[in-house]
Design a protein around this ligand. Structure first.
Ligand code: GDP
Ligand code: GDP
Length: 440
């Protein structure tokens, strides 16, 4: 997977501001799903052609023993998972004991660190942040996150300090195409039933295969076969390391989860029918969409629920995940195996849809029909004219739409077109990315 950069520093130095600046432009696909919140701590970003993952940590405060202890732990876990660290300080506040504390922790962590002095707009660039040399973490990079100043140079410094292999990403990030085995990641919060589902998919006799070394960060890849079809399971749940399903739940790691998403064709997100749909569940969905992966939702522990409970769950899902029109929702019992066969069929379908070849003729015909039914709006007094469409990529399918003022097509109309392509072409289980090119 892509290199991972953690943003650390005291509260209020500007970490969230920097995070938002870095991830904003990459949220385009997620923005098409209005049900998804954007207040995530993990985002994807890019500098030049180099993609990376950025983590916004809650902050390292001045009081590691008190109320902030939990936040500290979370920030240090992010540092541990990261390849490189941006340490932010406030150029207007000067060095504080908190900064010194963070610096000491970072030195112990042994990760490559770049020191960024924020809020330096309007300050003399020769002087801004010079005092922070005293932190012993090398030359400070002056930035102004709120204004986008100095950020490119900062990122180049951070990424430039990483080994070449990390910049290229793990080999697993290059997902093999079409006729090889379908790569499936089973993801979800602790205790929703991932391990039970994985064991159900693999069957008892497959457990030995678990010793095959994986290529994904901390995950294990397990080939398996069901009804004559070949799959590779990307196991982040660490099933192999647990002799019994009931054993201790592993620490949930978003980085591990993102790596598994990157390495998969299709992601199964497991929800617990007996719990709520949480923010964390929604974030998982967001990460899968952002990566453009096929997506199937498995609502587990469906056994033993009363009809009344089932109705409640269905209603809740419509409210919470109603925006997720493209993904099938399956109600299963991993424990008893109910619904698992259909779940795998949905995985096959999502993989097929994500990889399908779409001809220019067919795409253009669907576009013309859609435009006939609902013409695009006027922009600046002239009607947008959409003329033809062709396929620009697979996994996820990218559909490039050409026409006069095509790039001005408003969001609602883009959504209408995306839904039309999906419905007519039956692109079930995969997000669809539309691009607009003004021609003629
Ligand atoms: P965090 O707690 O480290 O995530 O900090 P925030 O991103 O929430 O920022 C804290 C405050 O600093 C906010 O009021 C921001 O508007 C402000 N801030 C962030 N970046 C800059 C900057 O480049 N210049 C100035 N002057 N203020 C900034
Ligand atoms: P993981 O942390 O997501 O891997 O979850 P586990 O697979 O370890 O399951 C957590 C708990 O839920 C265990 O006690 C399982 O026995 C139980 N469980 C898993 N699947 C089901 C199911 O379909 N029905 C019921 N009733 N319990 C289940």
């Amino acid at each position: 997977m892509d290199p991972v950069i953690a943003l650390v520093g005291r509260p209020n130095v500007g970490k969230s501001t920097l995070f938002n600046h870095l991830t904003r432009s990459r949220d385009a696909l997620v923005a098409d799903f209005p049900g998804l919140t954007r207040d995530r701590q993990y985002g994807r970003a890019r500098v030049g052609r180099q993609p990376f993952v950025v983590i916004d940590t809650g902050g390292l405060g001045d009081d590691p023993e008190g109320v902030e202890a939990g936040m500290h732990k979370q920030a240090m876990q992010a540092v541990e998972e990261a390849d490189g660290v941006v340490f932010l300080v406030d150029g207007r506040a000067g060095i504080t004991p908190g900064d010194q504390d963070v610096a000491a922790r970072l030195r112990r962590a042994g990760k490559p660190v770049v020191l960024a002095v924020n809020k330096t707009e309007g300050l003399d660039p020769g002087v801004a942040g010079a005092e922070f040399h005293a932190l012993g973490l090398g030359a400070p990079a002056p930035i102004a996150a709120a204004h986008g100043h100095g950020i490119k140079a900062l990122l180049e410094a951070v990424l430039g300090g990483l080994p070449r292999e990390r910049l290229e990403g793990d080999s697993a990030a290059v997902v093999p195409e079409a006729d090889s085995a379908t790569r499936v990641a089973v993801l979800g919060r602790p205790n929703v039933g991932k391990s039970t589902l994985i064991n159900r998919l693999l069957g008892e006799e497959r457990v030995l295969v678990y010793d095959a070394p994986g290529t994904t960060r901390d995950s294990i890849e397990v080939p398996f076969e069901k009804d004559g079809r070949h799959y590779t399971l990307i196991d982040t749940a660490g099933v192999r390391r647990r002799s019994r399903v009931q054993e201790s739940v592993e620490k949930f790691s978003v980085v591990k989860t993102l790596a598994a998403i990157d390495a998969a064709h299709v992601v199964i997100i497991v929800l617990d029918a007996r719990g709520r749909v949480t923010e964390q569940d929604a974030h998982l969905v967001g990460h899968a969409i952002e990566a453009g992966r096929g997506l199937v939702i498995a609502v587990n522990k469906w056994d033993g629920l009363s009809d009344h409970d089932k109705d409640d769950v269905r209603r809740l899902l419509r409210v919470k995940l109603g925006f997720l029109e493209f993904a099938e929702i399956h109600f299963i019992s991993a424990l008893h195996g109910t619904g698992v066969g259909l779940l795998l069929e949905a995985v096959d379908q999502a993989h097929e849809a994500g990889n399908r070849d779409l001809s220019t003729g067919r795409l253009t015909q669907v576009l013309e029909d859609a435009v006939d039914r609902h013409p695009p709006p006027l922009v600046r007094g002239r009607r947008i004219k959409l003329r033809y469409a062709h396929q620009g990529g697979r996994n996820p399918p990218v559909i490039v739409v050409h026409g006069n003022q095509a790039e001005r097509t408003p969001r609602d109309y883009r959504r209408y077109l995306a839904n039309t392509f999906r419905d007519v072409l039956k692109l079930q289980g995969t997000p669809v990315r539309l691009e607009f090119k003004t021609t003629g």
